[in-house]
Design a protein around this ligand. Structure first.
Ligand code: GCW
Length: 678
C-alpha cells in the first residue's frame, strides 16, 4: 500500500494526503512537508541529516553546527550568539537531536532567540519493539500491515520514502533503536535472505541515528541451522551463533543486538534443554560482545500451573540476579501480568539489585481499546515511574503502534502515544501535560492554553487546545473506569482483548487465559487475593509496600481487587459499599467518554475536516464501547453480588444474555473497525 502521507517528523503530524488542501492555507504549520512524490534524500550521515532538515525547514537566522569532545552521548547545547544559533554536540546524533529541538520550538511558536539550552537523554537506549511478522501481519497491531515486512520491496523508492518518514519521526523524538520483528520470532528472521532486507532497512535508518535490532527464536540453530539441539552450552550451538552473528555484522556493522522471548507462551528457550535464562542470555551476550551488541532478555514468563501468574517472573528471575553478563538487559513489562489498563508495578523492578533492567511499555493499545479508543498513555507510564525510579533502569522499550495505515497509528490520537513514549525515553521527568501540550500544539496547531478549558462542556466555539489536552489527560483514567476499575484486571474476550467477556471460560482453555482466574467473582466478593493469606504476591514488594498492599484498609483503592478478594459490602472511602462504588466507577467512565465526544464536537471549527470526522467517528465508537463494557461487567458481576444497581447511576441498556452471545470476529492482527455496534 502506498502511504499517501504528509509528515512532519518533529511534530508527528500525519494525515491522509487529501487533507493537504484543507491545510494548504495554513502552510506555515507544514514546514516539514514531505510530499508523496518526493524522492528520498541521498544522505551520507547523521550530521548531513541535521543540515538537511535545518536547511529545509528552519525559518530563522544562520545556524552553526559544532562538534565538541567531552559532551554526553547524544546530548547537545543550543545557544544564541548574536544573529546565529549554535548547536553543539560531541556526536552527529546530538547535532540531529539539537536540530529537531530547535525546529520543535519554531513549530510550537515559542521564542527562538536568546536560547541557552542544554539537553542530554536520560537513557542511552530508547527503543521501539515492532511485533511485525515476516508475512506482514502485526501482532496486536491495529494500524494496518507492517511497514517493514510482507510484500514490501525494500529496494523501492516507496519503501525508502516510508523509512525516511519513520526515521524522521523517531529521530525527532530521540528514539535511537528499533527491533524490526515480533518477539514471537519466526526462525527465518535469521535466514540470509531476511538479513539482506534487515540490512536494507538498517541502511535507510542509519542517517537518522537509528540502530536496528532483531528478535530471535531461541531454537534457530535447529530450525535455521539444521543442528540437533539449541542447548546454549553445546559447542556446536555456540559456534552456530558466532557464525550467524559474524554474518550479521559483516552486513550491518552497527547492528544493535537481539531481543529474546524465551520459554514464554510456547516460545523455545534454554529451559527446554535444562538450562536457565542466564545460560541462554549469557551465551548470546558472549557472542555479541566483540561487536558491542547487546541482549535484551524478556522477563515476560508465566506457567499454566501457576496459582498466581503475577508471581512467576520474580520466581524465575530473582534466583538469577547478578548472574547475567554486562551486555544483557532484562526487559520487564511495567506490570507483572500483561499491559492491563492498570496494574501494580512489576515487583522485579525493586527486587533485582544486581542486574541491568529496562522497562517495556506497550504503546499499541492491545488492552486499551485498540485503535478505536482515545487513551493517552503518558499518565500510565508516569504512574509507573512514581513507583520505579527511572535511574534504576538502563533503558526504555515501547511496543510500537505503527503500521502502514494512512495515519500510521490507526487513530490520530494514538500518534500522541508514540510521541509521548519518545519524549519520556528522552526525559522521564517530563510531565504528561507538557508532552500533551507539545503534541497538541504541533499536531493540531492549537494553542494549548489551559485557561480555555471549561467543564463540564466547552462553550460553542472559541475554545483552544487546552480542552483537548485535558481530555487527553483524563482519558486513561476514564478507560480504567469503564473497563476495569478498582484493580479488576484481565476480563477481556479470550481471543482479541478488545471487549469485555468476564464470563469467558470455555472447557479446555488454560485457566490463566480466562477472566474468572483473575476476577474470582463469587457470592462473597470480587478480586484476586494476593495477600499473605492468598498468593503472597505482596511479599515480592519492599516491606513497606507489602504492608500497605496486604491490608484491605490501607491498600490503594485503585488496586483493591488486584490485591484483595473484596467483599461486596466492603466500605470504601466514599462511604459507599464496594459494589455501589463499582457501579459508580463504570458509570463515571461512560460519562467521561461522552464528555470527550462533546469536547471534540466543539473543536470542529478549529480542526481540519477530515481529521475532525475521523476522530469523531472513533469517539462515537468509544462511547458505545464504554456502555458495552459497563453493561457487560455490571450485569455479569451482579449475578454474583445480587445487589441492585444504585438508582443514581445510569442503568444498563443491553441485556446480559445478548452480550454473552455476541462475538467480534477478529484476529489479533486487526482493529475492530466499528467497535461493538456494527
Ligand atoms: O500481551 C501479550 C500478547 C501477545 C504477546 C505477548 C508478549 C507478542 O497478548 O500477543 O506476544 O503478550 O508480550 O510476548
Amino acid at each position: 500500500m502506498k502511504k499517501n502521507i504528509i509528515v512532519t517528523a518533529l511534530i508527528m503530524l500525519m494525515a491522509a494526503w487529501n487533507v493537504t488542501a484543507a491545510w494548504g492555507e495554513d502552510g506555515s504549520r507544514l514546514w516539514l512537508r514531505l510530499d508523496a512524490n518526493s524522492t528520498p534524500a541521498t544522505v551520507s550521515g547523521v550530521k548531513c541529516m541535521a543540515m538537511t532538515e535545518l536547511q529545509t525547514y528552519w525559518q530563522g537566522g544562520p545556524i552553526v553546527l559544532k562538534r565538541q569532545k567531552g559532551m554526553a552521548q547524544d546530548g547537545y547545547t543550543i545557544k544564541s550568539q548574536g544573529e546565529a544559533t549554535v548547536i553543539t554536540a560531541s556526536g552527529d546524533a546530538g547535532l540531529l537531536y539539537g536540530a529537531y529541538h530547535l525546529l520543535r520550538l519554531q513549530e510550537m511558536g515559542l521564542p527562538c532567540q536568546m536560547l541557552d539550552i542544554k539537553e542530554k537523554p536520560f537513557y542511552d537506549l530508547r527503543i521501539l519493539n515492532h511485533w511485525d511478522n515476516p508475512n506482514g501481519t502485526v501482532e496486536r497491531g491495529f494500524a494496518g500491515k507492517s511497514i517493514f515486512w510482507g510484500d514490501k520491496d525494500v529496494n523501492s523508492e516507496d519503501f525508502a520514502a516510508s523509512m525516511k518518514m519513520y526515521g524522521r519521526a523517531n529521530a525527532s523524538l530521540g528514539i535511537n533503536g528499533t527491533v524490526l520483528n515480533n518477539v514471537n520470532a519466526k526462525p527465518e528472521a535469521l535466514s540470509t535472505e531476511s538479513l539482506q532486507k534487515t540490512k536494507a532497512i538498517a541502511d535507510l535508518l542509519r542517517p537518522y541515528g537509528i540502530h536496528v535490532y532483531l528478535s530471535i527464536n531461541f531454537a534457530s540453530p535447529i530450525k535455521v541451522g539444521g543442528l540437533k539441539t539449541a542447548d546454549p552450552l553445546d559447542k556446536e550451538v555456540v559456534r552456530w551463533w558466532k557464525d550467524k552473528v559474524n554474518e550479521i555484522y559483516r552486513m550491518i556493522p552497527d547492528f544493535g543486538g537481539f531481543l529474546v522471548k524465551a520459554n514464554s507462551e510456547g516460545e523455545p528457550g534454554p529451559q527446554d534443554f535444562g538450562r536457565t535464562h542466564a545460560d541462554g542470555a549469557n551465551m548470546l551476550a558472549d557472542v555479541l560482545k566483540p561487536h558491542k551488541g547487546i541482549v535484551m532478555w524478556r522477563a515476560f514468563v508465566y506457567a499454566p500451573q501457576s496459582p498466581d501468574r503475577a508471581n512467576q517472573a520474580y520466581l524465575e528471575f530473582m534466583p538469577l540476579d547478578g548472574q547475567f553478563r554486562d551486555n544483557v538487559i532484562i526487559q520487564i513489562k511495567n506490570g507483572p501480568v500483561d499491559f492491563q489498563p492498570r496494574e501494580a508495578y512489576s515487583p522485579l523492578f525493586t527486587a533485582m539489585q544486581k542486574t541491568p533492567m529496562m522497562v517495556e511499555f506497550q504503546i499499541t493499545q492491545e488492552y486499551l481499546g485498540a485503535a478505536n479508543h482515545l487513551v493517552y498513555l503518558a499518565p500510565m507510564w508516569q504512574e509507573f515511574f512514581s513507583f520505579v525510579k527511572p535511574a534504576s533502569l538502563k533503558a526504555m522499550a515501547g511496543v510500537a503502534n505503527i503500521g502502514d495505515d494512512a495515519n500510521w497509528c490507526g487513530h490520530h490520537f494514538a500518534q500522541a502515544n508514540w510521541y509521548a513514549f519518545g519524549r519520556l525515553a528522552w526525559n522521564p521527568a517530563l510531565t504528561s501535560k507538557v508532552i500533551a501540550e507539545e503534541w497538541v500544539a504541533q499536531t493540531l496547531g492549537l494553542n494549548p492554553d489551559t485557561s480555555l478549558v471549561t467543564t463540564p462542556l466547552p462553550p460553542a466555539g472559541g475554545i483552544g487546545g487546552g480542552a483537548v489536552v485535558s481530555m487527553m489527560l483524563d482519558s486513561r483514567e476514564a478507560c480504567v473506569s469503564y473497563m476495569m476499575p478498582l484493580g479488576i484486571h484481565h476480563i477481556f474476550a479470550g481471543t482479541h482483548h478488545y471487549g469485555p467477556e468476564p464470563w469467558y471460560s470455555p472447557k479446555g482453555v488454560r485457566a490463566d487465559w480466562t477472566p474468572p482466574y483473575y476476577h474470582k467473582a463469587d457470592s462473597i466478593g470480587l478480586g484476586f487475593d494476593r495477600t499473605l493469606n492468598g498468593s503472597a504476591n505482596v511479599k515480592q514488594y519492599p516491606d513497606e509496600l507489602c504492608r500497605v498492599y496486604n491490608d484491605i484498609n490501607t491498600c490503594p483503592e485503585n488496586l483493591l481487587a488486584w490485591f484483595h478478594h473484596v467483599p461486596w459490602d466492603h466500605r470504601m472511602k466514599s462511604g459507599r459499599t464496594f459494589w455501589d462504588e463499582l457501579c459508580h466507577k463504570y458509570d463515571d467512565g461512560v460519562r467521561q467518554t461522552r464528555r470527550f465526544l462533546a469536547v471534540w464536537d466543539a473543536m470542529q471549527p478549529c480542526v481540519d475536516a477530515q481529521r475532525f470526522e475521523e476522530v469523531q467517528r472513533k469517539l462515537r465508537i468509544q462511547v458505545r464501547d464504554a456502555e458495552w463494557w459497563r453493561d457487560a461487567c455490571l450485569l455479569y458481576f451482579q449475578t454474583f453480588s445480587h445487589r441492585p444497581i444504585p438508582q443514581d447511576v445510569e442503568h444498563p441498556v443491553h441485556n446480559l444474555d445478548e452480550m454473552m452471545k455476541f462475538h467480534i470476529p477478529i484476529t489479533m492482527y486487526e482493529n475492530p473497525e466499528s467497535g461493538y455496534t456494527k
